[in-house]
Unconditional design. Structure first.
Length: 165
């Protein structure tokens, strides 16, 4: 895992580890990004309120990342296995033939799944900045409101998704 690809994979791994790390000790929350992302992260006078703020925000963004990975797998499997588990294909995208409908759904699955994983990698970088801002007090404040916004948008997106299935 070297180069840009390895960095993306490590960012995805860190984004997915953010949810369980939100409930871990502060020492573990700092050690994982240092080892996994090879990024310097230090803590300065971590208080209970800062630890709780980091837990809530990290868990919110972590849940969003797990949801995006679920959607990525779902869209990929459903796109490649189309029309299994769905109705007719005559009125579907790419229809009225089965080959056209399958091709459109497969291409969409192959395009959307990596896009969702790219978002997860970006959220992994956000998690690193959030850890540095809240626990390390590095001076940057922007990760906190960004994490709040994305956690809220993730909750709205999840609610909308559950209402349409």
């Amino acid at each position: 895992m070297s180069g840009a690809r390895g960095g993306v994979r490590r960012s995805i791994a860190f984004a997915l580890l953010a949810l369980p790390l939100a409930f871990a000790r502060v020492r573990t929350r700092l050690r994982v990004p240092r080892r996994l992302l090879r990024a310097p992260v230090t803590a300065h006078d971590v208080s209970l309120p800062r630890c709780l703020i980091h837990s809530v925000l990290s868990a919110g963004v972590g849940l969003l990342c797990w949801f995006l990975v679920l959607l990525s797998a779902l869209v990929l499997v459903r796109g490649l296995a189309y029309p299994l588990g769905s109705g007719g294909y005559e009125n579907a995208w790419g229809g009225p033939t089965l080959a056209g409908a399958w091709a459109v759904h497969a291409v969409l699955g192959l395009l959307i799944a990596p896009a969702f994983l790219g978002l997860v990698a970006l959220f992994g970088r956000l998690q690193l900045h959030l850890t540095r801002a809240v626990l390390g007090r590095d001076g940057s404040w922007w990760p906190v409101p960004v994490a709040v916004v994305f956690a809220a948008l993730g909750a709205v997106f999840f609610a909308a998704w559950t209402h349409q299935i």
